[in-house]
Design a protein around this ligand. Sequence first.
Ligand SMILES: *Cc1c(COP(=O)(O)O)cnc(C)c1O
Length: 427
Amino acid sequence: MSVAQHTLSQEAMALENKYGAQNYHPLPVVLSRGEGVFVWDVEGKKYYDFLSAYSSVNQGHCHPKIVSALTEQAKKLSLTSRAFYNNMLGKYEKFTTEYFGYDKLLPINTGAEAVETAIKLCRKWAYEVKGIDINEAKIIVCKNNFHGRTTTIISFSNDPVARKNFGPYTEGFVKIEYDNLEALEAVLIGNKNIAGFLVEPIQGEAGVYVPSEGYLKAAKALCEKYNVLFIADEVQTGIARTGRLLATCGNCSCETKNCEGTPDVKPDILVLGKALSGGLYPVSAVLADNEVMGVIRPGNHGSTFGGNPLAAAVAIAALEVVRDERLAENSERLGIIFRERINEYIKGSTICKLVRGKGLLNAVVINDSEDGDTAWRICLRLRDNGLLAKPTHGNIIRFAPPLVMTEEQLHECIDIIINTLKEFDSE
Ligand SMILES: *Cc1c(COP(=O)(O)O)cnc(C)c1O
């Protein structure tokens, strides 16, 4: 690396450090280009991307079909606000509700906004349909959840870094242990004011915690028994990431055969974001059937950018790519290979304790304390070896490449990961 080249990265990082709020701690690599499963840094070094912008880029970086939808629509009309109709929104709503099997969609921009939308929708349903006393509604959430960064959402987080000194906090949430049906039923039995149960089908940010087989289906059944809305936050797990179109795999148009034999859970409220646009534009959505979505009336909720024609065009293209390229199927197939090979390696490893996940949402647990720095150092070494990943919570590394990866590429990546981990085995 020449001195001049070295300067490009250093300069970019120095600018962010000097002029940007320090609300992130990025891995030191400065990216300037992406295509498919690859990204390039400003010095021209090529990497496999194993984060996919937290599972936003499931369709691969700069997918030509989505880029084309974006640029074509950008030339015609980008934003009208919802003060007027536009010719793309209805088309997008029809396409997406049919795709996921719901009556209605509420368009919004980011994941956190979509979760906020789901919370408001659930509360309004609770007062107007279920008949809970005014301001008494409670929503059950899980310990170690991650649903975004707004004031309300961090109110029910238990991550001190996300939460501390941002109070006063929003009320109306009850926290239970994840993957614990007894805990769920105990709250449901004891409280007539429960409006909903908000859950991640796999806890991604917490470290890719996959619940026990049948948990989601049984939790949904409990919600039905107590007339409580089951709200699935599939912002990270959705859109083919876990080897199914949705990790809850509800009534969807997913035509891949691999849905057979899995629990058929249809959330009352489905929250989507991230890969809904393939990473080209912030697009999120809340889906529900008429009985629930019907409580929302003009003026109750909205966003200037929500439902804009550019987002609509991009999201249709992004969902078409997932279906046409059978990304759910590819994700499931490659995920099995990934876990098989890493498990084989783990048998003889001292640094790596465990691999877990579903489809191409996986995590490797490093033999270090939660506040240790081994996972960070492994990620730096992976970077040097041409693969980008990031630790979640100290000793866990998430591996989530774009779903357009080929089997040959995956094997090359697993070689890089195993060889890098081996360097630490002998440390
Ligand atoms: C990323 C994420 C969010 C928040 O999405 P933003 O677009 O960052 O606001 C919410 N829920 C889950 C499960 C996520 O992974």
